[in-house]
Design a protein around this ligand. Structure first.
Ligand code: PBG
Ligand code: ZN
Length: 334
């Protein structure tokens, strides 16, 4: 070992800074603030209703009335950023996700009510994707052979984003992974004078088994096939940088890496390659895995959640989307 000659053994002791809670807090390198967290919500197309999601304990699909109550009590504890996912109404799914752009659909109605009640006190982000509204469950249109058609899908994705923005969404977040959708959505918004609506692009979204619980929640699993033809291969990191840089060129305001915990190196790579704010999506399967173990008493949930949040922030996430947001703030886990 190469020790400088004048440093006596034992002179430098890193443990001095770990001696007490105040000292540790003072020199802590990473802090998570409530403003960085985003709480996802699954909203029903009805005013009423509350449905548990078996694979996501503590998370429910909410009708608008329950959603407003939840958003209000969350805001009181500091959860002020929400990400809204919509569910299709009974018999509303079709091959081209017609209901996705309905101004009276689950998302526009919920957004309108949230903005009316909370105004600038709650930031509303909406997920833009067709899979909860297509009868085949894919994120874009299909050809006769069952392949996802890129360019024809852009129009409906844009119409969906416009419907959300017109309802008052502050930010739209396309998660479909079609090429060119950020540019198409930006043009569509700007053409209608919606120049202030920001785009948080799911730039780097992997084809992941960690989305399993979400697909139960949003009823958005593909009927046939999988999403590997449009979502990314978990083996790739240079491709993540390519996707992120493309979204920067297309006019994205913020970028995202998803999932988060199995892709910390990707978060770091994208952070270093771009100058936009970066979100990490701590996805449903990551939440449910922790929850399941915690419910069996196998893990200390508070400490595991805190560690995971630190990991994402250390890797470079400026913003973290997590189903643990409410509990983390309510229980003081940060
Ligand atoms: C829709 C969408 C998905 C997620 C966010 N938007 C599912 C998917 O792509 O299959 C996953 C979120 C989560 O697992 O928490 N395309
Ligand atoms: Zn989708």
């Amino acid at each position: 070992m190469n020790r400088p000659i004048d440093v006596a053994p034992g002179r430098i002791r890193p443990r001095r800074l770990r001696r007490g809670a105040l000292l540790r807090a003072m020199v802590r390198e990473t802090r998570i603030a409530p403003e960085q967290l985003i709480m996802p919500h699954f909203v029903l197309p009805s005013a009423n209703g509350r449905q548990a999601i078996d694979s996501m304990p503590g998370i429910e699909r909410l009708g608008r009335d329950a959603l407003l109550e939840q958003v209000e009590s969350d805001a009181e504890i500091g959860v002020r950023n929400v990400l809204i996912f919509g569910l299709a109404g009974e018999g509303e799914k079709d091959p081209v996700a017609g209901a996705a752009s309905d101004p009276k659909g689950a998302v526009p109605l919920a957004v309108k009510e949230i903005k009316k009640r909370f105004g600038e006190d709650v930031l509303v982000i909406t997920d833009v994707c067709l899979c909860a509204y297509t009868d085949h469950g894919h994120c874009g249109f299909l050809d006769d052979a069952g392949r996802v058609l890129n360019d024809p899908s852009l129009e409906q994705l844009t119409a969906m984003a416009v419907a959300h923005a017109e309802a008052g969404a502050d930010v739209v977040a396309p998660s479909d992974m079609m090429d060119g959708r950020v540019a198409a959505i930006r043009d569509g918004l700007d053409d209608r004078g919606l120049t202030e609506t920001a785009i948080l692009s799911y730039s780097v979204k992997y084809a992941s088994a960690y989305y399993g619980p979400f697909r139960d929640a949003a009823d958005s699993a593909p009927g046939k096939g999988d999403r590997q033809g449009y979502q990314m291969d978990s083996a790739n990191v240079r491709e993540a940088v390519k996707e992120a840089l493309l979204d920067v060129q297309e006019g994205a305001d913020m970028l995202m890496v998803k999932p988060a915990l199995a892709y910390l190196d990707v978060i770091r790579a994208v952070k270093e390659a771009t100058a936009l704010p970066l979100a990490a999506y701590n996805v449903s399967g990551e939440f449910s895995a922790v929850k399941a173990a915690a419910l069996r008493g196998w893990l200390d949930e508070a400490r595991v959640v805190r560690e995971n949040l630190h990991a994402m922030a250390r890797a470079g996430a400026d913003v973290i989307i997590t189903y643990h947001a409410r509990e983390a703030l309510r229980e003081g886990w940060l």
